[in-house]
Design a protein around this ligand. Structure first.
Ligand SMILES: O=C(O)CCC(=O)C(=O)O
Length: 199
């Protein structure tokens, strides 16, 4: 695949859902996993992730990343509404969302693929809110083959199979960005009780 199986849509969520979601994410009551919970293992060392993170979803869902397992918090009604809306719009089953908050352009996410065995399918619906940031994909077998999107408020990228098997993605630092960005990746995780890969 010389181009990833990705669609990019702008101004996606209708105002009612968008406003409710924005109010939720910007409220002080919306909390993230603690720094301690968000440590990742890199070359055997535990280091904090360069952003904040929290997962919500169906009972038993969770997220694994660099040696860390985060259990989903029970659905917040607004997140569930947005999840169901995307599931219908893009015709993919979804039961979990990972919320990443990048407080400014110093926060980032390194190269990785959303290809965990715990995902039932690897179609990911990714919504961006807030500051505009670059989003890059590169081919796993040839890192010089890259595709870039500039993601603004209420933009959606859908990474459909086999993108996550063949490509990695990354949000680089953009030091001149001073305002926050939220990214919500909606996924379908096999709940732990029935997951063949749960350990
Ligand atoms: O912030 C983004 O656009 C990407 C987030 C991401 O890569 C992830 O949640 O796995």
């Amino acid at each position: 695949m010389t181009t990833p199986n990705v669609t990019y849509d702008q101004h996606v969520l209708p105002d009612t859902l968008l406003n409710a979601l924005r109010a939720l994410l910007t409220s002080d009551a919306f909390t993230y996993n603690s720094k301690e919970e968000s440590m990742v293992l890199i070359f055997g060392k535990r280091i904090p992730i360069p952003r904040q993170q929290v997962g919500y979803g169906e009972t038993g869902t969770f997220y694994r990343f660099s040696g860390v397992q985060l259990n989903a918090r029970p659905w917040h009604p607004i997140l569930k509404k947005v999840c169901d809306w995307f599931s219908q719009k893009y015709k993919v089953p979804l039961n979990f969302v990972l919320v990443n908050k990048y407080k400014n352009g110093h926060d980032y996410i390194g190269w990785h693929a959303d290809d965990e065995a715990d995902l039932k399918h690897k179609n990911i619906v990714s919504l961006s809110l807030g500051a505009t940031r670059r989003f890059l994909l590169r081919q796993k077998r040839d890192h010089t083959v890259k595709v870039e999107y500039v993601l603004g408020d209420n933009d959606v990228v859908v990474m459909r199979e086999p993108t996550n098997a063949q490509w990695q993605h990354h949000v680089p630092k953009m030091r001149r960005v001073t305002t926050p960005r939220w990214n919500l990746t909606f996924r379908y995780v096999v709940p732990a009780a029935t997951s063949s890969s749960s350990r």
